[in-house]
Design a protein around this ligand. Structure first.
Ligand code: NCD
Ligand code: ZN
Length: 347
């Protein structure tokens, strides 16, 4: 049977970058159109490390949402070597903080203030485990001697496995997984451990970085991997296993910062995320599994109520703009100037 229309519970995005200032005002509406809630990453140029900072950041996000839409930003704090148990308690009491993010120092965009040694955050992790605040991990080692395509696998072996042994009751989300090793690890480890999967890692393998020349808009971290890994991610996403749920990792960068001699990491997918995820699920013959992945499993993991509204997509070919505004600059969305086969409609 061919479906020309699909209606699902309104989805949530469990991994999103919205930046600040004018850029934030440009990108938040794209997410709020599709998603009811989003986990807002704390890696601003000045990282979000305190409840006060998260409060004002949250307000800035809300101010960018148009009045006819309901959208809830789920705030996170950025772990540093100095994050104390007191900060974790304050985060829990605030009720606006839903998780803490571990960036290994130097792993990705704005991670310089991140954690230099996992041992330094044991007091924070102890406190998170006891108040039940999830740890979100950027799962890549930073050792320059480790091949960039192996950094996720090595992180699992050297950091994540021992961490889970030491904090067996800590909820952990491995963010934006990219390898079959990560799929297997998350599948076989405890129920406290889940993973988000981006749409770009479901759609593309590493050839997409080099098609006909170097493609800076297909560079992100963790970097795209081989086809066998992409296939494993698709299998995980469509499996119906609630450990795997949607997180776009949409990461807006100005066109000039991407198209540069040292282009920065991140793909902008918020504009057409649900349309692209729908395409992935349809191609895999698993449209019936989209709702669990996009709208149910993540909320359950985070102990959030299920959304009440719905989202409808219909089969329609439409062209993605060549660029979008990002404050005074421009951002190039994934599939710029090319077609999407599904389109969100308001019903
Ligand atoms: C993200 C960003 O630009 O903030 N970039 C990326 O390539 N994914 C940071 C991150 O999630 O690693
Ligand atoms: Zn991210």
């Amino acid at each position: 049977m061919i479906n020309d229309k699909i209606q699902i519970i309104r989805p949530d995005d469990f991994h999103l970058h919205v930046r600040s200032g004018e850029a934030l005002k440009s990108v938040v509406p794209h997410t709020a159109r599709q998603f009811a809630r989003a986990i807002i990453m704390p890696n601003l140029a000045t990282p979000v490390t305190t409840v006060d900072q998260a409060q004002s950041y949250r307000q800035a996000v809300l101010n960018a949402v148009s009045e006819d839409l309901d959208f809830e930003p789920l705030m996170t704090l950025y772990l540093t070597d100095k994050t104390s148990a007191e900060v974790i308690k304050a985060a829990k009491e605030s009720s606006i903080i839903h998780a803490l993010k571990l960036y290994p120092a130097g792993a990705t965009t704005n991670s310089e203030a991140g954690v230099t040694d996992i041992n330094n955050i044991y007091p924070a992790l102890e406190a998170m485990q006891s108040v039940s605040l999830p740890l979100l991990v950027h799962g890549e080692v930073t050792d320059p001697l480790i091949d960039v395509f192996d950094r996720e696998r090595v992180f699992i072996e050297t950091i994540l496995e021992p961490l889970i042994q030491r904090f067996p009751d800590l909820k952990i989300v491995m963010e934006h997984i990219t390898t079959k090793e990560a799929v297997e690890f998350v599948t076989t480890t405890s129920n406290k451990v889940a993973a988000t999967i981006t749409v770009h890692h479901l759609l593309m393998n590493r050839n997409a970085i080099f098609t006909g020349g170097i493609r800076p808009h297909h560079y992100c971290l963790p970097v795209l991997k081989r086809e066998e890994h992409r296939k494993a991610l698709v299998e995980a996403a469509i499996s119906g296993n609630p450990k795997f749920f949607l997180g776009t990792d949409s990461a807006p960068h100005p066109q000039s910062a991407k198209e540069s001699a040292c282009g920065c990491a991140g793909m902008y997918t918020a504009y057409n995320a649900m349309e692209l995820y729908t395409e992935v699920f349809e191609t895999a013959g698993a449209l019936h599994r989209l709702e669990g992945f996009a709208s149910i499993y993540g909320a359950k993991f985070y102990d959030l109520p299920q959304n009440k509204e719905t989202l409808t997509l219909k089969r329609e070919s439409w062209e993605i703009p060549a660029s979008l505004s990002l404050g005074q600059a421009k951002v190039i969305p994934l599939r710029a100037g090319e077609k999407c086969q599904w389109k969100m409609i308001n019903e």
